[in-house]
Design a protein around this ligand. Structure first.
Ligand SMILES: C[S@@+](CC[C@H](N)C(=O)[O-])C[C@H]1O[C@@H](n2cnc3c(N)ncnc32)[C@H](O)[C@@H]1O
Length: 338
């Protein structure tokens, strides 16, 4: 089957990389097709795609592709192609615009016109409760038309964001980024996932949602005890929280490491230079991470973590830059143990 997904506009590359990570984690056989701005397209079998798509935080929804037309295509062209597929079932058209591809007014007019003309053309239009939501996405001078078949996990992930936690700290990671990092680490149900700088537990709560075995290490006792309040609040009873130093981990083997080490601004390095903390944590990670296991972490953009990783035998797979705010950019590293 051929699908497209509307992805979030908060980063140019990460939504596509997250899809790839989740697909690999769920072993989805796939053939990627030409993407559009904020639209990822691929051919794949339905059942594993649904499983992978429901893990995502940087995507909105998934559609079964009906057609792609130039943005000046007539409404009757769109309707006749939709009619071929959904003559006997109710439909409702919804138009969305990506990054100013068409104006807001054009989008409203197009949506209204499609729904009125579809009715006139003999389609069963039900704006309240349609059997088929027909999404029309205007992107890069094209109209991508598809039937919406599933939502990502984005809304549920956001429902656990900062403000609703019983224990919050300014160093807490954004919950949606925590989920993306877990997907980039290709974590699977039942795999042991370690966050050696667990803080308030954001990554581990998401790891628990993905049915992994989440393991936390934290040097600050007050932080470690308080994070347990968050685990209880979100029903993440499976999280195992340890107290300790990420440079000397009391562990033998884990399947994946996903973490947000301190960089000395809001999160304390407990008196150490942050590069020392990174060096020590990377060395320990190479010891305990299984062969071919994935490590995903954030670092200050100027710190040479690539050198530390290479010297410990890691292979860097992907690097992304994330603007936290205008004066702070962070680097997201995705690497594998050899
Ligand atoms: C950036 S915060 C982590 C935030 C976390 N991802 C969250 O969402 O709450 C870094 C954490 O690492 C802890 N930490 C600092 N040095 C450490 C070390 N050597 N070993 C383990 N934890 C450490 C800090 O106390 C802090 O809680």
């Amino acid at each position: 089957m051929r699908f497209f997904a509307l992805v979030s506009g908060e980063h140019d590359e990460l939504p596509y990389a997250e899809i790839e990570g989740a697909f690999e984690a769920e072993s989805v056989p796939r053939n990627l097709l030409k993407p559009f701005t904020q639209v990822c397209r691929f051919e794949a079998p339905l059942e594993p795609v649904l499983r992978a798509f429901k893990r995502l935080a940087f995507s909105h929804f998934l559609c079964e592709e009906v057609c792609i037309l130039g943005k000046d295509a007539s409404t009757s062209e769109v309707i006749s192609l939709v009619k071929k597929r959904f003559l006997k079932e109710s439909v409702a058209f919804r138009v969305r615009r990506v990054r100013g591809s068409i104006s807001p007014q054009e989008a409203v007019n197009l949506e209204r016109k499609l729904n009125i003309e579809a009715k006139n053309a003999g389609l069963l239009v039900d704006l309240e409760n349609p059997r088929n939501n027909i999404e029309v996405i205007a992107s890069d001078g094209f109209l991508l038309v598809g039937r919406k078949i599933c939502l990502s996990d984005r809304r549920r992930v956001f429902s656990r964001s900062g403000g609703v936690k019983p224990f919050f700290h300014p160093s807490s990671l954004k919950v949606e980024l925590a989920r993306v990092m877990l997907n980039l680490a290709r974590v699977r149900e039942g795999s042991i996932v370690l966050d050696p700088f667990s803080g308030t537990g954001t990554i581990l709560i998401e790891a628990n949602e993905l049915r992994t075995i989440p393991l936390g290490l934290e040097i600050d006792p007050a932080m470690a005890y308080s994070s347990i309040r968050n685990y209880r609040w979100f029903g993440a009873f499976e999280v195992c929280q340890l107290l300790g130093d990420a440079r000397h981990m009391p562990l033998r083997r884990v399947d994946a490491i996903v973490t947000d080490p301190p960089y000395g601004r809001r999160a304390s390095t407990h008196g150490l230079e942050s590069s020392r903390v990174y060096e020590g944590f990377i060395e320990e990670s190479s010891r305990i991470l299984r062969d071919e296991g994935w490590i995903v972490f954030l670092s200050p953009s100027k710190m040479p973590v690539e050198d530390f990783l290479a010297s410990k035998g890691f292979k860097i797979m992907e690097t992304y830059f994330i603007e936290v705010h205008t004066s702070l950019t962070r680097k997201l590293l995705v690497a594998r143990n050899r």
